[in-house]
Design a protein around this ligand. Sequence first.
Ligand code: COA
Ligand code: MG
Length: 285
Amino acid sequence: MKSILFVPADNERKLAKAVSCGADALAFDLEDSVLPERKPLARQLLVEYLKTYSGASEVWIRVNDLASGELLRDLAAVVASKPVGIVLPKVFGPEDITTVSHYLDMAETQAGLPLGGIAILAVITETPAAVLRMGEFTRHSFPRLKALMWGGEDLSSAMGAGDPRQADGRWRPVYEHARIQCLLAAHALGVEALDTVYVDFRNSDGCRANSEGARYDGFTGKCAIHPDQVPVINAAFSPSEEEIAFAHRVIAAFETGAGAVQLDGKMLDVPHLKAARRLLAAAGV
Ligand code: COA
Ligand code: MG
């Protein structure tokens, strides 16, 4: 998925708007955009809304974390709505993903759904423990895991630290470290790597630059918090005409049968050929 738009589930106007935003996926939020006293209402509104949902965007639901005391209530309420998956925040380590997979086994059984159908997108940089234990995730297999996502705000909050961004918008070193760890872990596990939100949602040039940077780093998609960010993110994660044209030229340059060739005075070898093929595949060429 290129874009996944967060939608506070207790807000009927946003629920109504979400369907036409053009996001590859919607993450209906029961967690931090919903105040504790409104969580029962949010679950109720969301379940009603999903009864008639017929949009093209995949339905994901961000549930509350394992330590919140709300997670079982979330799963009991929403699993029967057959979301594509759940977004699991504030993970502490690989065992959390396994535990929640078991909870989903139970909830799917109760709802008469096929076992293992609901996927997990885990947010694995929101606790210091998870960042320190990142390598452990790659030594497990998680059949339900479809994507990893990173976020800096909760990590900062967990440490009583300040704004995770520097004045020029770059991440402070701790958060850049967490971001890179998450990116590597996702690719090591062979799942999608999703970049965190760009909070300055009125700044579309900033969102474009930030999204393009994330794609160049190897992220496969990015979260949105506002409908206006969705087309910007979708475009940034789609190969441009220039990139497609260049990839064709790279492939043509290898038609001589040599493993190392030159193009525009620069050396190309097999990794460049693979990258060009991957780009064309991503572009559907
Ligand atoms: N999903 C769906 N619709 C949204 C939306 C979202 N995330 N954010 C805004 N909209 C809708 C608004 O309801 C409004 O439509 P309306 O006039 O029909 O009500 C329209 O888009 C324009 O919204 P705008 O007035 O520009 O923004 P806002 O002040 O209503 O909301 C935010 C700004 C940041 C509070 C809002 O975008 C938001 O709630 N984002 C998601 C927050 C979230 O989920 N955080 C947790 C994950 S990090
Ligand atoms: Mg959060």
